[in-house]
Design a protein around this ligand. Structure first.
Ligand code: GLN
Length: 192
């Protein structure tokens, strides 16, 4: 059984723990560099990326997290996606810069603070034909580097993408009952 850490500094890490367990993983909360050493993959949850970044900096975790992502898979959701992207807009902020993406924060505007939509993932993704997705003050992926693979779009916007070992969702897969996206992450972890 893969052992997956959930970065538990801020945000909805608890829901990810439950979702990972439903998907068949052992899930533990991670708050330190030593905690990172003990896991095979990491989820960075949704929340508030600016706050999370401040806590990461305060705990001296920026370098250990970046090093972790250079050899092990990370699944970033919403604020976690923002932390993985190598360019963040609106406003600009630093990040772990592990995935070649430009993301614009809060890009759907105030009117659609949060909504639930049905996605139809790419047939080749191996994911169910339709999936519910919860968006909460979500970012939009504005640019993707070579090698970034789109697994699902909402309208024209890529919302679930993969880059090498990393998985990125601009929505909250931990808030719906279907565990197939978490299972896909587990497959990435076990396949190495
Ligand atoms: N708007 C948040 C940010 O910019 C992300 C929201 C979320 O994770 N649900 O960090």
């Amino acid at each position: 059984m893969p052992k997956i850490g959930v970065l538990a500094l801020q945000g909805d890490f608890e829901a990810h723990r439950t979702a990972l367990e439903r998907a068949g993983a052992e899930a533990v909360e991670v708050r330190t560099a030593a905690g990172l050493d003990a896991v095979d993959g990491l989820v960075i949850p949704g929340g508030e990326s600016t706050t999370m970044l401040k806590l990461i900096d305060a705990e001296n975790l920026l370098e250990p997290l970046t090093a972790f992502g250079q050899s092990k898979p990370i699944f970033g959701t919403c604020a976690g996606a923002i932390l993985l992207a190598n360019e963040v807009l609106s406003p600009k902020q630093h990040s772990l810069a592990l995935v070649d993406l430009t993301v614009e924060r809060n890009a759907y505007g105030r009117q659609i603070d949060s909504r639930i939509v049905t996605l139809h993932p790419e047939p080749a993704s191996g994911l169910p034909e339709s999936l519910e997705a919860v968006f909460i003050r979500a970012p939009i992926i504005r640019r993707m580097g070579d090698g970034v693979k789109v697994l699902a779009r909402y309208g024209d916007d890529p919302v679930l993408v993969e880059h090498g070992r990393h998985l990125i969702a601009t929505f909250h897969p931990e808030l719906t009952a279907d565990a197939s996206i978490h299972r896909r992450f587990l497959a990435k972890v076990t396949q190495g």
